[in-house]
Design a binder for this molecule. Structure first.
Ligand SMILES: [Zn+2]
Length: 322
């Protein structure tokens, strides 16, 4: 018997019209309003809170949240524990200053997360540019959070006990306001005696969704193998882009491979084939001296090192299934 038939109201409907009127579920709903009706199938989602708000703007936000939740549903349902309920979802991205400096826009692409607020924790599910869920899943427990605030420049800032700050960009203003109010009741100020817990995101196994601390080669709960950050970094050191290809960041990897191939062609291959470098002022072909190769060596080594470091950094943002 489908789960859609469960629930008190459902049972009454079923008694009256056996097997003809299935209840509305997230997967079958066409509009978010369908899920606010009384005959909704039981689910881990609190639709009344998810789609709360009056007026045109609130409806537009609810519509967007509905579309996001529909895409996330198959991914987050197995992650949720039996009694856990989802109150809110939104999408945002965290970009640190260093990430912005070294990889620019790519950091926005690689760090995009759906934030799923449940009764127990905030789940961070990696999403792509079309908001489809990807592999990485992390969590923040509410007891780790010291405060949630909205800054003047449009950032939703989650401050953890022991000082770590997570800054989410691209969260709409009304959503930040809602989250601030919603979390005010959950997030409690703490005393110094209770600060021995982790002050960072906890990464979940992408297969069994157990919390797996550190960066082991496989899941301690189900044994599923993870990709190695060291191998990703080594591949990027050999040729920038290879490490990202290994991690599955295909679009970004192709751009990097193209960029590095261009760098190698202009600085190394073309001068070797031509037997010299063209002087910018006179247009003459000058013979290559050792200082040229030293400069090129430094530039190429720097590009490869930066890429290897960034690949390693992004590889450790969660457990990538091997
Ligand atoms: Zn596992």
């Amino acid at each position: 018997m489908p789960a859609a038939w469960c629930g008190r109201f459902g049972r009454e409907v079923k008694d009256a019209f056996p097997r003809f009127i299935p209840m509305t579920a997230l997967a079958s709903a066409r509009r978010f309003q369908d899920l606010l009706a009384p005959d909704v199938a039981p689910s881990p989602y609190d639709f009344q809170t998810l789609f709360a708000g009056e007026g045109w703007l609130a409806r537009r936000r609810s519509k967007r949240r509905f579309q996001l939740l529909k895409k996330l549903d198959p991914r987050i349902r197995p992650i949720l524990r039996p009694e856990e309920r989802v109150f809110f979802v939104t999408a945002g991205t965290t970009v640190s200053l260093a990430e912005h400096f070294f990889v620019g826009w790519a950091a926005y692409y690689l760090n995009r997360r759906a934030l799923v607020f449940t009764t127990q924790r905030i789940l961070l599910v990696q999403i792509d540019s079309r908001k489809r869920p990807r592999h990485l899943v992390s969590q923040l427990r509410y007891e780790q959070i010291a405060s949630v605030s909205s800054t003047w420049n449009g950032i939703c800032q989650v401050k953890l006990h022991r000082g770590l700050k997570l800054k989410f960009q691209g969260v709409a203003r009304a959503e930040r306001k809602f989250l601030h109010q919603f979390l005010a009741d959950i997030v409690q100020p703490r005393t110094g005696a209770e600060t021995s817990e982790t002050n960072h995101l906890e990464h979940l196994c992408p297969k069994c969704f157990a919390v797996v601390p550190g960066h082991p080669p496989s899941c301690s709960a189900c044994g599923a193998p993870f990709k190695s950050a060291g191998r990703a970094a080594l591949l990027s050191a050999i040729f920038p882009g290879l490490g990202d290809l290994y991690l599955g960041h295909r679009g970004f990897a192709l751009l990097e491979l193209f960029g590095s191939a261009f760098l190698w062609f202009v600085l190394v291959i073309a001068p070797l084939v031509a037997g010299g470098v063209i002087d910018e002022q006179t247009g003459e072909l000058l013979p290559i001296d050792s200082s040229y190769w030293i400069t090129v060596g430094i530039v190429v080594a720097l590009a490869h090192t930066i890429d290897a470091t960034m690949t390693h950094h992004f590889a450790r943002k969660g457990h990538h299934p091997a």
